[in-house]
Design a protein around this ligand. Structure first.
Ligand code: FAD
Length: 413
């Protein structure tokens, strides 16, 4: 059996950033990452793949090249946790033990929860930017559609990148607008929830684009079944104070954002809260019951927007608090709930939502330079040209000048 001082479960955005940050702070620390996949994806790029801006290959790098120097890569999937004996169980019943554990395997895209969906993804006009192999099909469909009905779906919260379902709609409609076919296409946004975006300051700018593209906002419409060959989708409509009903809609193209849950091996583990997510203190990101466990990224239950931008801010908090713990000190860093969602409202312009816990706006730039509540060309530049290199060369390397954590406030405890 193997033992490491720090074991990290998941080598995605959060896992690699945390490993790099730990090694920057304490170069001799014995760190291992458990990650089954050969490929690491920059998922925020998939919206631009679906919009015909990025090539898919730009969003995938070999995991082997991202594991920080001096960090051990255990290439396997974790299947269970035994926190009482500081152990994780890998597939094939191998055991890895640890002094301290970081849990960040992301979330589960629950395609199977929608009847008929898996059988028709990638054909019959049904696509999703939530999968690497399907995002190019979105762009193919958008270019091919000249008339008819397009539906963009959004499942119940929480989901990663809550703006991504509508980003797909705006970029598609923008292409139809520019090529003169939008007047013959009925654009529908079928949202299980009742608001366009959870932080109200950004809604007016988004509504201007809803009007420009003449998109129908169908709130409380939750996709439950698809018949691909017949090109029909079934929605369960649960409007407040009305009897639930089912609505059938035909489509020529449908972009689906799947329902999302905690991964199964997390949900059944002693680390989970009642809803299945890893149960952490939302400031220190330390587990509420197990003192030597931390969690970050999409898998944990703090009420932030599940984004890579959030993981960028969380990684240094976890790393600083683990190093403090090793040195026998109390937590030193707090996470303020920062998350960011660059809403691609048209090709070349973005509404840059940046906010923390409670929907408090947390702009990275002075308003005169970049007002996040207005569509901005600079924000598009940021998304297309600047954020990808920041991800690969700063966040995943432990260079953290954009991710300064808040000092820990003992009084808040
Ligand atoms: P991930 O990056 O998903 O990594 C999880 C890792 O854990 C994976 O490598 C996986 O292989 C591994 N793993 C899974 N199971 C196991 C197991 N059993 N054992 C060990 N390892 C395991 N964020 C933004 O900031 N801005 C955006 O514009 C944006 N747009 C997005 C658009 C789309 C279409 C999508 C899908 C996401 C978008 N995001 C965006 C969200 C962002 O990609 C995620 O929030 C981020 O990747 C979360 O990081 P993570 O490390 O928690 O999970």
């Amino acid at each position: 059996d193997a033992h490491h001082a720090v074991v990290i479960v998941g080598g995605g955005a959060a896992g690699i950033a945390t490993a790099a940050s730990l090694k920057k702070r304490k170069p001799d620390l014995d760190v291992a990452i458990i990650e089954p996949s050969d490929v690491h994806y920059y998922q925020p790029g998939w919206t631009l793949v679906g919009g015909g801006v990025f090539r898919p290959e730009q969003t995938a790098h070999l995991e082997a090249r991202l594991i920080p120097d001096g960090v051990k890569w255990i290439k396997a999937a974790v299947v269970a946790f035994e926190p009482e004996r500081n152990a994780v169980i890998l597939e094939g019943c191998r055991v890895v033990t640890y002094d301290r554990l970081v849990v960040c395997p992301g979330l589960k895209l629950d395609w199977g929860a929608i009847e008929g969906l898996e059988a028709t993804l990638g054909k019959n006009g049904v696509t999703s930017n939530y999968r690497y192999d399907l995002a190019p099909y979105t762009w193919e469909l958008v270019q091919g559609l000249k008339r008819g009905r397009a539906i963009f779906t959004q499942p119940p919260m929480p989901i990663k990148c809550a703006g991504a379902p509508q980003k797909a709609m705006y970029l598609s409609a923008d292409h139809w607008y520019r090529t003169g076919v939008l007047k013959d296409i009925e654009v529908n946004f079928n949202n299980a929830g009742g608001v366009l975006f959870g932080v109200k300051d950004y809604v007016p700018a988004l509504m201007e684009y809803v009007k420009k593209y003449d998109a129908r906002l169908n709130f409380f419409h939750n996709l439950v079944a698809v018949d691909g060959p017949a090109r029909k989708a079934i929605f369960e409509v649960k409007e407040p104070e009305k009897e639930p009903r089912r609505v059938e809609m035909e489509f020529d193209m449908m972009h689906v954002c799947p329902p999302q849950t905690a991964p199964d091996f997390i949900r059944v583990s002693p680390l989970a809260d009642a809803a299945g997510w890893v149960d952490v203190d939302q400031s220190t990101l330390r587990h509420k019951r197990f003192d030597n466990i931390w969690s970050l990224g999409d898998v944990m239950n703090a009420p932030n927007a599940k984004t890579a931008a959030a993981a960028r801010k969380q990684a240094p908090v976890v790393a600083a608090n683990i190093v403090a713990d090793i040195e026998g000190r109390a937590p030193v860093a707090d996470y303020d709930g920062y998350g960011s969602c660059p809403l691609t409202v048209e090709r070349g312009k973005i509404v840059l939502a940046e906010f923390g816990y409670g929907g408090v706006l947390k702009p990275s730039f002075p308003k005169v330079l970049l007002d996040g509540t207005r569509p901005s060309r600079l924000a598009w530049m940021l998304k297309e040209k600047i954020l990808p290199p920041i991800y690969w060369h700063a966040m995943l390397k432990g260079r953290e000048w954009l991710a300064e954590p808040e000092p820990h406030k003992i009084a808040a405890e």
